[in-house]
Write a protein that binds this ligand. Structure first.
Ligand SMILES: [Zn+2]
Length: 121
């Protein structure tokens, strides 16, 4: 039976054979070296694609489209909730706070959509 380590070695050998590059950068989760495969960053240990935003700033974890879809759903639900609350609000300070929150949520949603496009595109 092949151990996890054997699987990892096999993925590395296969990747290098097919022209992947081993990078000096590390996986944010397991600290293994990352590989560049067809212009995408991969951690072969986690067997996940790693997405980077804003140059060297790493997303805290190797993101999957599944995670992002969940994030997207939650953000959309929160935006809906706050929009309903906002329609009922009368206090100016309350409205200001809600508008601020909405703005942050919408920006986050936009980033989420962008990342999803990068992953799937
Ligand atoms: Zn990893």
């Amino acid at each position: 039976m092949a151990s996890e380590e054997d699987d990892y070695m096999k993925r590395m050998v296969d990747a290098l054979r097919s022209g992947a590059k081993m990078l000096s950068e590390q996986c944010p989760i397991c600290k293994s070296p990352l590989f560049e495969i067809n212009g995408q960053l991969w951690c072969l240990k986690c067997n996940k694609r790693v997405i980077k935003v804003h140059g060297d700033e790493e997303v805290g974890e190797a993101l999957t489209t599944y995670t992002l879809s969940q994030t997207h759903e939650i953000l959309a639900a929160k935006i809906e909730e706050i929009t309903v609350q906002l329609s009922r609000a009368v206090d100016v300070e309350e409205i200001r706070k809600m508008a601020e929150t909405l703005s942050i949520l919408l920006k986050t949603l936009e980033q989420c959509v962008k990342l999803k496009e990068e992953l799937t595109g």
